[in-house]
Design a protein around this ligand. Structure first.
Ligand code: ZN
Length: 169
């Protein structure tokens, strides 16, 4: 059953909705037999996709349990094994990452990836979308915020979820 959008008794007030944060729930993909890594890698730029099978060395910090000293070790891994970092550092900075023709959910999904999937209010997502639409006339920018919220809330393909903030005591 679709909840009545005008019914606020059990839902959030408009003020609370304005503060709602959204993120991509990676577990949603796994529970639908999809690989979140594959889905994210598909949003990389062509140059990065060409490098996906390349072996690279990655430095990572290791803390000594007794002394607490942090040293760096090197491990070999596949390029793009942490695809969100690649998108943030490379692909999201290239033209064509978000285009006016993209469906609104695809554009929102890509903005969240470009921010390393940090939960964000829709207004902030929209401000970043504006940077991808100098004319201001892109379909996803012309969409009223409350309509955009309904589209995100009804998403069935991108794992978009409202972020439940832990209660601060
Ligand atoms: Zn790239």
């Amino acid at each position: 059953m679709e909840p009545d959008v005008l019914e606020h008794e059990e839902g959030l007030t408009p003020e609370e909705e304005d503060q709602s944060l959204y993120f991509i729930d990676g577990e949603w993909f796994e529970s639908h037999d999809l690989s979140f890594t594959d889905v994210v890698q598909a949003r990389m730029c062509p140059q990065c996709q060409d490098r996906l099978n390349e072996e690279v060395e990655e430095r990572y910090p290791v803390a000594d349990r007794r002394t607490g000293r942090v040293t760096y070790e090197v491990r070999r891994t596949k390029y793009g094994s942490r695809p969100m970092a690649v998108i943030r550092d490379c692909c999201a900075r290239k033209s064509g990452y978000v285009t006016p023709e993209m469906p609104v959910l695809e554009a929102i999904f890509r903005i969240l990836l470009a921010n390393a999937n940090q939960p964000m209010p829709l207004q902030h997502i929209r401000e970043q979308l504006r940077e991808w639409c100098p004319s201001g006339r892109c379909q996803w920018l012309l969409m009223p915020l409350d309509v955009m919220r309904q589209v995100v809330e009804r998403d069935q393909a991108y794992g978009l979820k409202r972020y439940e903030q832990p209660d601060v005591a």
